[in-house]
Design a protein around this ligand. Structure first.
Ligand code: AHM
Ligand code: MG
Length: 335
């Protein structure tokens, strides 16, 4: 049909979220406004990432971030864009960014009811070679009264929304406000995110595992046993394939669409793993659960974890329901 070639009824991200919010009687459009500012940040970063080679944006900015890593110019730029967009939305009170050691408390006249935790540009080791990178974010609502760190040191299950934007071969934004995980693709000619992956359901069991095996000599028993079973299954099934990009957003996005498991376990050198609870582990765990998968820390459901510091880390095992069940069983057996 000729009509199919040009869809005329486009479900943009704004329209989708307005629809979702209209089902909530208390909604006054604040969330939609906040999200529009997050989307502006994502579009800016997408455009900057695409032009990275041209604009000579790549390279060290000569600064070091909180975790002692060298910052690339694109990280700095992305962080600034997100902070300014979020503050100017007038809908936030507290911001926690991977790039800022301290939480940012928004000045009283611009305050709103949301806290946003985010990693403005994750996967920094992949910037210079043009491999997929992304932005990750989670959103909490502040309690009444003066905003405080307690508003963000909340278990992930208290988030009201979470999402990521992947700057890959296309620019894809996946978001959940607690009723499913939905994927949108940026149409560059329109400058709009269009719904392309409604209600993503992760396969119940997958054929892929994703982990940095270079750390194997330092793994604990259950992780080592699990990965061994991926390669040499004991139940007659085929071995799993290994895929590891080293950008959490890209590795999780593939896991969500194709199924399987993503692991960033503890090891002897990093007893809490590498990934950050607030703006890496929680948003991804939220999305995975919304898509029918699971997320586990090695001890508990990841979304039950109560962070005590804004830059806290945790081991993470997330993916298809059945695959995460297996790793849970191995940790349970260890006692
Ligand atoms: P970053 O915040 O410095 O970009 O590090 C986070 C990234 C994740 O995207 C990815 O899952 C992980 O680090 C990869 O770590 P490793 O290089 O140790 O495998
Ligand atoms: Mg990161």
């Amino acid at each position: 049909h000729a009509a199919d070639a040009h869809r005329t009824d486009l479900m943009t991200l704004t329209r989708f979220v307005l629809n979702e919010q209209s089902k909530r009687p208390e909604s006054r459009g604040d969330f939609t406004i906040l999200l529009n500012h997050i989307v502006l940040g994502c579009k800016f970063v997408c455009s900057a990432v695409n032009k990275a080679g041209l604009a000579k944006l790549i390279g060290l900015a000569g600064e070091t971030n909180v975790q002692g890593e060298e910052q690339k110019k694109l990280d700095v730029l992305s962080n600034e864009v997100f902070v300014k967009a979020l503050v100017s939305s007038g809908r936030t009170s507290i911001l926690v960014s991977e790039e800022d050691e301290e939480a940012i408390f928004v000045e009283p006249k611009l305050r709103g009811k949301y806290c946003v935790v985010f990693d403005p540009l994750d996967g920094s080791s992949n910037i210079d070679c043009g491999v997929s990178i992304g932005t990750i974010f989670g959103i909490y609502v502040v309690k009444d009264g003066e905003p405080s760190l307690d508003d963000v040191l909340q278990p992930g299950k208290n988030m009201v929304a979470a999402g990521y934007c992947m700057y890959g071969s296309s620019c894809t934004l996946v978001i959940s406000t607690g009723s499913g995980a939905h994927g949108f693709t940026l149409d560059p000619s329109l400058g709009e995110f269009i719904l392309t992956h409604p209600d993503i359901q992760i396969p119940k069991k997958g054929k892929i595992y994703s982990v940095n095996e270079g750390n194997a000599k330092n793994w604990d028993g259950p992780t080592a046993k699990y990965v061994q079973k991926c390669k040499y299954p004991e139940d007659g099934s085929s071995p799993k394939s290994l895929r590891y990009i080293g950008s959490m957003v890209a590795d999780v996005h593939r896991t969500l669409l194709y199924g399987g498991i993503f692991l960033y376990p503890a090891d002897k050198k990093s007893p809490n793993g590498k990934l950050r609870v607030l703006y890496e582990v929680f948003p991804m765990s939220f999305l995975l659960e919304q898509a029918g998968g699971q997320s586990f820390t090695g001890k508990e459901r990841a979304l039950d974890l109560v962070p005590t510091k804004i830059h806290e880390r945790s081991p993470i095992f997330l993916g298809s329901y059945d695959d995460v069940e297996e790793i849970k069983a191995l940790y349970a057996a260890e006692g």
